[in-house]
Design a protein around this ligand. Structure first.
Ligand code: PMP
Length: 392
């Protein structure tokens, strides 16, 4: 069939460019060391920042919720799919983030789609950092708003765009809080000042800042002391929180609007009770354990400094996301494969996720990595890095 031949050609092209991927199939749960076939592998690519996926209190909360409510919610939120634990989770998330309200979505991806589509109309302009996450890019595509992209964290360009955007009904600046491929933090204080100067809304996607930045992991707004000056905060429940889901935290009116307009919320079944209960227990755990985000940040700082001492290029990283810039796709994937031979899983990230010459393995440090784990990783990285002339 013609179609299958076209697909085969496309796949061959990916192979030729060194971008073809097989899925790694793990036979143990998300943890510091994981089973891949017969081997134990040190996990350096998971977003399980605080080790919550296996936390006993969270597992118990999930089991109790299954016993009480069953395994599914039965429908979308607007029919029978809002259980008291869904409602409670939103109240506690809002309280945790210091906002009037919060609304939970099935994932961080759909939270962006729902929130951007609800917020942006044809008379608005959305102003987006060029390195924003795919879910933001796709969310923006779903709207009829005018689009403007500014160079990564380029505050001069952002101001130029804002200056020229006075005639739009709303100006909405959208940025990742922590950039997912580079691990740098958005210049939120400057963004907020510019927003106030040019009467714009600030929208921050804190997927990688949730549970990592700020007191108790409250995110980038808290990290910079900007409470009340950031209008929309997206969070994920899929990374540090350890389960799955996303949320939008902000004004009560925004929540009400999304309940009526956000299509993933309206047309896709709500979280299973076990997920809602797990997330509720996780928020409570975070609130009581400010040392956990401190631990992940300390581990990351130590590890990043050691990589830099070895001579690796870690780009602009300032969070537990630490890229090692390797270059073109084939070289990047070869580096990642060699690390796996040494017992380390470090995912290769290549074009089109990043620029063709900016391939990297993205290392993610968690609060659960021990000093021995990180030393093991450093030894392997030094050995393989020498083979690829990435270190001295
Ligand atoms: N936003 C950003 C910045 C992300 O990195 C991700 C996850 N890769 C998402 C949103 C999507 O979150 P989720 O995995 O919960 O759908």
């Amino acid at each position: 069939m013609q179609t299958w031949e076209t697909i085969q050609t496309e796949l061959e092209q990916l192979r030729t460019e060194g971008r073809y991927r097989e899925l790694a199939v793990w036979s143990s749960g998300s943890d510091t060391w994981m089973d891949l076939g017969e081997r134990k592998i040190l996990q350096m690519s998971s977003n399980n920042y605080l080790g919550f996926t296996n936390h006993p209190a969270l597992k118990n909360a999930a089991i109790e919720a299954i016993e009480k409510y069953g395994v599914g919610s039965g429908s979308v939120r607007t029919i029978t799919g809002t259980l008291d634990i869904h409602d409670q989770l939103e109240r506690e998330l809002a309280h945790f983030k210091g906002t009037e309200a919060a609304l939970v979505f099935q994932s961080g991806f759909t939270a962006n789609q729902g929130a951007l589509a609800a917020l942006l109309g044809p008379d608005d302009v959305v102003i987006s950092d060029e390195l924003n996450h795919a879910s933001i890019i796709d969310g923006i595509r779903l709207t009829k708003a005018t689009r403007r992209i500014y160079g990564h964290s380029d505050m001069n360009e952002l101001e130029e765009v804002l200056k020229a955007a006075g005639t739009f009904k709303q100006r909405v600046i959208v940025t990742d809080g922590v950039f997912s491929m580079d691990g740098d933090i958005a210049k939120l204080p400057e963004i907020v000042e510019l927003a106030e100067k040019y009467d714009a809304i600030v929208y921050v996607d804190d997927a990688h800042a949730s549970g990592v930045l700020g007191y108790c992991g409250k995110g980038s707004t808290d990290h910079f002391g900007l409470h009340g000056r950031v209008h929309v905060q997206i969070g994920t429940l899929s990374k540090a929180i350890g389960a799955v889901g996303g949320y939008v935290a902000g004004a009560e009116v925004l929540k009400k609007l999304m309940i009526h307009k956000a299509r993933p919320f309206l047309f896709s079944t709500s979280h299973a009770p076990s997920v809602a209960a797990t997330c509720l227990a996780a928020v409570r755990l975070l609130r009581e354990n400010p040392q956990l985000p401190e631990q992940v940040r300390a581990n990351a700082d130590r590890f990043r400094a050691a990589l830099q001492r070895l001579g690796f290029d870690t780009g602009a990283s300032e969070t537990p996301i630490i890229p090692i810039i390797t270059g073109d796709p084939a070289r990047t994937m070869a580096f990642s494969d060699r690390l796996l031979e040494e017992g380390i899983y470090a995912q290769g990230i290549v074009y089109p996720t990043v620029a063709m010459d900016k391939g990297r393995v993205r290392l993610i440090v968690t609060a659960c990595h021990t000093e021995q784990d990180l030393d093991f990783a450093l030894q392997a990285l030094e050995k393989v890095g020498k083979q690829f002339s990435l270190v001295r």
